[in-house]
Structures are given as C-alpha cells and as structure tokens.
Design a protein around this ligand. Structure first.
Ligand code: SAH
Ligand code: SF4
Ligand code: F3S
Length: 465
C-alpha cells in the first residue's frame, strides 16, 4: 500500500489551486484551540513543499485529520471520517495521502494503523514539524508512526518563522502539556508534561504576527496561566510578565489567553487585569463541578469556596470581567445533591458563557475505573438543566450590553451586504451594517440588540480607534 504524491494531471486547467507544482492540502481540525494553532503550523511546514490549503477533501493530494481524544465521541468521529476518506482514496486509485495527527494519533497510533489501512502516517502533537521528512519516507513505505517523546522545544525550534495568517486575530501557543492529572482527563497523557516556550521565541512570533497586521493575540496553553518560560534575562517569566512585554509590541492592542487553571491564577496576573488595558476582560476559568466531594474525586486540588473567592478577587481587580467555564456532569458517584451544588455555584458566579459536557470515561484515566458510573439518562437530565441555566445567564449577559458602546475589532465580512463581524472586549460576536471597510480596525460600536450568541451594533463614527 505504498503511496506517492500525485503530480498534477496533464490537461487540467492551471487555476491557482491546480497550478503545476501546487499540491492541495486539506486539514480537518477537531478539539481545542491548540489543535487549531497546530493545524495552521502544519500548513506552514508544508507550504515550502508546494502544498496550498484547500477547503475540501475532495480532490486533495494530502489530507490530515488533526484529532481530539478528550471524549469518546470526539475520538470515534475520526474513525468514521477515515472510512469516508478511504472510499475517496479508492475511487482515485490511491492517489491521496492520509495522515492522522493530534491527540488520537498520540493515544492510539497503532490502533489507527490497524483499524484503517488507508492511513499512510500517524504523527503526534509534538512531531508534526517532521511532516516533510515523513512524507518522503511514506512515498516509499507506508506505516510511519511518530510521536510519544513530547520534545516540544524541538518542534518549536524547527517550525518555520513565517506564518500564513489572514485577518487581525491570531492564536499563539506559549505553553503545552499538563501536570494536573484531573482523574477524568487524557490531556496529561496525550500532550505530556507542562512546558513553556522561552519568552523571546514568543515575542519574536508575536512581532511577526503584528507585522502581518494582527492586532489581537490569544495566547494558548493547556494550562496557559502556569506559563513559566525563560525570560531574555535568564529569569523565569510569568504569564503576566509575558503579557506586559507583548503589550509593548507596536500594533498589538488586545491580548487574551486560554485555558487557565484556578490554582495557577497568580496575584500578578490578577493585578495585570487591573493595570494593563491590553488584557481583555474575558476569562475562561473551568471549575468542572460545584461539589467539594466531586472536586476531590476529580483530583482538581481546589475546593468550591476557593474558586468562588478567586472569582471575587478577579472581579475586584476588573469589575466587568466576563467569566466562562467548563463543567462535567455525571462524574462517577455524582449525586443529585452534588449536582445541586454545581447549579448553586453557577448561580453565585454568573457566567457570560460556558461549556458543559456529559462525563465520558476515557481509557487509562483513574476515573474510568471508579465503579459507580452515573446512568446516562440521569446525566442527560442534569446536563439539560445545567445548560438551561447557563444559557439564561449568557442571554442576560448579552442583553445587558444593549445601549452600551463597546470597542469592536472587526475580523471579517458578514453574510450579506456590507455587514462586518467582529468581537467585543468580552469575546461576543458583534454584527454591524456598512462596516466591511473597517475590517482590521477597532471601532466604537453602539449595541442595539443582544441575542443568544451575538450582538447587533451600530457604528458611531467612521474613524477607527
Ligand atoms: N486544560 C483545560 C482544558 C481541558 S479539556 C482545563 O483544564 O480546563 C476541555 C474540557 O473538556 C475540560 O475542561 C472538561 O470540562 C472537559 N473534559 C475533559 N475530560 C473529559 C471527560 N473525560 N469527559 C467529559 N468532559 C471532559
Ligand atoms: Fe485535563 Fe485537568 Fe489538565 Fe485541564 S488541568 S488539561 S482538565 S488534567
Ligand atoms: Fe482534545 Fe488534545 Fe485539545 S485531547 S481538547 S485536542 S489537547
């Protein structure tokens, strides 16, 4: 089953996508923002080899599935997608290279190769810088599987400087991995130990992005607020220190970061939210459960009151902070009483947006071995009740913006007319008419209505901020 990369077929019209020498690359991304960043970087790595991104697998020379292992459903999706790709590949007599990257690749690389023979190579999250070399080898023999060593520094050192960016916002990975070992979670196994990029490397990448017109950076890490990279002076920099240095880069006006762990929410980071206008007033700070008993079983290493107190301190520093979180319902042993504690915490905190999931037992994690799994119908009823409450809070938060003037960074054209879509400081989508000439600018917008998932605004003035 060896595969070679197909040369462009004789007789095809030379559009930019099929021009001689151009090979079409389709990357499908599952999971978190770190995977989105990784997918962009894979395209950067492959660009010098003549690969240009395309937005469908149909007709692509190289297809990469960048996968997520966090819940069973996410992982299973990969196998059904691979089934479809296999048919596509067969209909083209094998003229398509298929790679599986990301966290499923790391966790189940051998199983993927066994279950789906159409897959040519499997590459873990710390090894995708080796894609060009792997492709050359795959052209000769199928079956490369690379990953498992978690040498994140080697990956970042070998990625090309140039990033294919379009638009005024960009993700920037500053930290990888997790040492927290929450009892339900696969991330410490798929992404390895916590590791932070040196500050200078981050600043250089950010400088390059600013030069390409990026105005908003979202710093990424599985535990981004645990950032402890080496500073240029040899001292250890915290995330707050890094944010202050990034704010000095000409052109960078907005800084966000995700995902944070409550135990790493250091005082200097909270203080930076009060002092640094670049830090946007939106914080994703997952708590998972409002029950102390469940938090202990989850190995979260913090209790409910500590989280609530922390939120209080954050709001003292930045009273308008919009909070977001993640919740798991139906963790093994969760009782109605535990679940009530979660609802009660949600009422106390009042979230601007949040994600909630039904617990999914993951192979190799301690929680999967706990005997008292919650029946699926009970979990589903709880999930529904939690989502109703979270949605009420989200809608209330969006409606509370009506009548206010918010600075909006316009990112792209809307669906019709001269509409443009941007983001408020609180990460809400904002639609405004006659604004498509303002893409890339931060503009004051009067909010005229608030819906479930977005705001509608009216331009106040033509001049950019
Ligand atoms: N590092 C981040 C994100 C982890 S994954 C953090 O600690 O918050 C994103 C979310 O997926 C988690 O916050 C959690 O709510 C959810 N999650 C993780 N493992 C899960 C599992 N086994 N079942 C259901 N949801 C899970
Ligand atoms: Fe998973 Fe917990 Fe680490 Fe987040 S902190 S990635 S939930 S182990
Ligand atoms: Fe999924 Fe891996 Fe991210 S498991 S959530 S893609 S770190």
């Amino acid at each position: 089953m060896s595969e070679t990369l197909t040369p462009p077929q004789a007789g095809t019209v030379a559009t930019p996508e099929t021009a001689p020498g151009v090979k079409r690359l389709f990357i499908k991304t599952y999971g978190c923002q770190m995977n989105v960043y990784d997918s962009e970087r894979m395209a950067d790595v492959l660009r010098p080899l003549g690969y240009a991104p395309t937005d469908t697998a149909e007709g692509a020379d190289f297809v990469i599935l960048n996968t997520c292992h966090i819940r069973e459903k996410a992982a299973e999706k990969v196998y059904s997608e691979l089934g479809k790709l296999r048919e596509m590949k067969e209909s083209r007599s094998g003229a398509m290279t298929i790679a599986v990257a990301g966290c499923v690749a790391q966790a189940e690389g051998e199983e993927i190769m066994r279950r789906q023979p159409a897959v040519d190579l499997v590459v873990g999250p710390q090894a995708y810088h080796q894609l060009p070399e792997l492709l050359t080898r795959t052209a000769r023999a199928r079956g490369e599987r690379i990953g498992a060593d978690f040498a994140a520094d080697e990956k970042f050192d070998s990625l090309p400087e140039a990033r294919g960016i379009n638009g005024p916002t960009a993700f920037l990975t500053v930290q990888e991995g997790c040492d927290k070992f929450c009892s339900f979670c696969v991330v410490p196994y798929t992404r390895g130990a916590e590791w932070s990029r040196p500050a200078e490397a981050v600043l250089a990448e950010a400088g390059g992005l600013a030069a390409q017109g990026v105005r908003e950076l979202t710093l990424l890490g599985q535990n981004v607020n645990a950032y402890d990279g080496a500073g240029p002076d040899g001292s250890v920099w915290t995330l707050a220190r890094l944010a202050r240095a990034l704010a000095e880069i000409e052109g960078i006006d907005r800084i966000r970061y995700t995902t944070s762990h409550p135990n790493d929410m250091a005082d200097d980071l909270i203080a930076a939210h009060a002092e640094l206008p670049h830090l946007m007033p939106y914080l994703h700070l997952p708590v998972q459960s409002g029950s102390d008993r469940i938090l202990r079983l989850m190995n979260r290493k913090h209790g409910r009151q500590k989280y609530i107190d922390l939120i209080g301190r954050i709001r003292e520093a930045r009273p308008d902070m919009a909070l977001s979180g993640d919740f798991i319902v139906g963790f093994p042993g969760e009782t109605d009483r535990d679940f009530e504690d979660t609802l009660d915490l949600v009422r106390q905190v009042n979230y601007a947006s949040a994600f909630s999931f039904m617990y999914s037992p993951r192979p190799g994690t301690p929680a999967a071995g706990i005997g008292t799994q919650v029946p699926a119908d009970v979990s589903l009823t709880r999930l529904h009740a939690l989502q109703v409450l979270l949605l009420e809070q989200q809608v209330a938060f969006n409606k509370a913006q009506v009548g206010k003037t918010l600075d909006v960074l316009f990112e792209k054209k809307g669906r019709h007319g001269r509409q443009a879509i941007g983001r408020s400081p609180y990460l809400q989508s904002v639609h405004a008419e006659d604004a498509d000439h303002l893409i890339g600018q931060i503009v004051p917008v009067e909010i005229v209505s608030g819906q479930q998932n977005s705001l509608t605004g009216r331009l106040l003035q033509e001049k950019a901020a």
